[in-house]
Design a protein around this ligand. Structure first.
Ligand code: A3P
Length: 403
């Protein structure tokens, strides 16, 4: 928690009244109805940092605050009270619960902040591209393809969450900017390179768009979309293979058709499974923070079947030198996906957890989900038209099947 402080016009260089810029008159004006008076009267809680009396035993801070209190008592009905700092802090956050969590900005954006930012720290390597997911749309494939580009440098891997840092959407955010920056060391990239990060849980994280924008206002945002029904099914299979008890106790159909009288763990699981597929809802939230021209909506089906075509459009959006992915990716019949072409006929595919083999979705589940996502899909198609973006084939198909 970070408590904001007010400024009172006294600084290290204004410890002596006789040296106060503008003289005593100026300080008195601030006290008697001027800036300091206004600050105190307009803020329900005021936190000031004053200097202790100095070696010359100047009492400027005491004079200033005693005077402003006297003035307020004399000329207003404001009731002043004081409390120990911790109690004040608690009161402050009761009044301003929205400020409980800090919001990190870029320390290098403001020249005054940059001046006091430690020489041993940096901020130039903060990512300029964020791949936000959602989960199970091909985000790891995209991450791998981007990392193959000589202009792009991913974050260092995290020991706990592998390639995903999941900074903006969970408690890692509270570890602060240093924690995040350490995954983007200056030594890892040169001046012409661009750093990027991918965390597929960013897409639907409540606080993520606001937090991301506060730190990375100029970043380019990439969302990947596939059929929301397929995404939900892939997510269920993914979680099930990790031994999740809910996924193992309930069939996919039971999960998606859970209702308000279902046990809470099942309802929660259903929400986690289905909510990220309400694409337009989450995209609109991103678009309240970022300009539409900063946001690329990538067709995840195209990335899967024609990755080079999808990567061409993406490279144009990112304004990076063109790399021919036709030469770098090769279809691997055994895996059933495009993989990195290595020497000769060899390929390097994503691990077993990507492109899993599982039975096809039951017809009744597919039918249920088509109806479930129908309004969301319509809203997505309207959103894409509004933004002048192509409507992907999978979305056209889902909308016609509904009709
Ligand atoms: P399945 O494992 O259900 O088939 P994410 O990386 O966001 O978790 O997405 C995983 C999904 O990416 C996989 O889901 C798979 O269908 C899809 N995908 C797209 N291109 C792929 C590729 N080249 N290799 C492996 N999986 C790919």
């Amino acid at each position: 928690m970070v408590l904001p402080r007010q400024t009172c016009g006294l600084f290290t260089h204004t410890l002596l009244l006789e040296r106060y810029p503008g003289g005593r008159q100026r300080l008195d004006r601030s006290i008697q109805g001027g800036e300091l008076f206004q600050t105190v009267i307009n803020n329900p809680i005021n936190v000031f940092m004053t200097h202790m009396s100095n070696y010359g035993n100047d009492r400027l801070a005491l004079y200033t605050f005693e005077s402003v209190v006297k003035f307020l008592r004399c000329w207003t009905n404001v009731r002043l009270a004081s409390a120990p700092p911790l109690a004040l802090a608690e009161k402050y956050f009761q009044l301003r619960p929205d400020e409980l969590n800090p919001l990190w900005g870029n320390p290098c954006d403001d020249i005054r902040h940059r001046r006091i930012w430690s020489k041993s720290k940096w901020c130039d390597t903060l990512p300029k591209i964020l791949v936000i997911g959602p989960q199970k749309t091909g985000s790891t494939a995209l991450y791998t393809f981007l990392a193959m580009h000589p202009t792009l440098v991913p974050n260092l891997p995290s020991p706990t969450t592998y390639e995903e840092l999941q900074f903006f959407n969970n408690n890692n955010y509270l570890k602060g900017l240093d924690w995040y920056l350490n995954f983007f060391p200056p030594s890892q990239s040169n001046n012409t390179q661009i750093t990027f990060e991918k965390s597929a849980t960013y897409f639907d994280g409540d606080l993520v768009p606001r937090r991301a924008h506060a730190l990375l206002p100029n970043a380019k945002i990439i969302a990947i979309l596939i059929s929301p029904s397929k995404r939900a099914y892939s997510w269920y299979q993914h979680i099930r293979s990790h031994g999740d008890p809910v996924a193992n106790n309930y069939t996919f159909h039971t999960v998606i058709t859970a209702n308000d009288s279902s046990p809470k763990p099942l309802r929660d699981f259903r929400n986690r499974c289905l909510n990220p597929g309400k694409y337009s809802h989450y995209l609109e939230r991103w678009l309240t923070e970022y300009n539409a021209h900063q946001v690329h909506i990538l067709d995840g089906s195209l990335l899967r079947t024609e990755p080079a075509t999808a990567m061409n459009t993406l490279q144009k959006f990112l304004k990076i030198p063109h790399l021919d992915y036709n030469k770098l990716l090769k279809y691997d019949a055994k895996k059933g996906f495009f993989c990195q072409a290595v020497s000769g006929e060899k390929t390097k595919c994503l691990g077993k957890s990507k492109g899993r083999i599982y039975p096809p979705m039951e017809d009744r589940s597919a039918k249920f989900l088509r109806r479930y996502y129908s309004t969301h899909n319509t809203a997505l198609s309207k959103l894409l038209v509004r933004l002048g973006r192509p409507v992907p084939q999978w979305l056209k198909e889902e909308l016609t099947t509904n009709g």
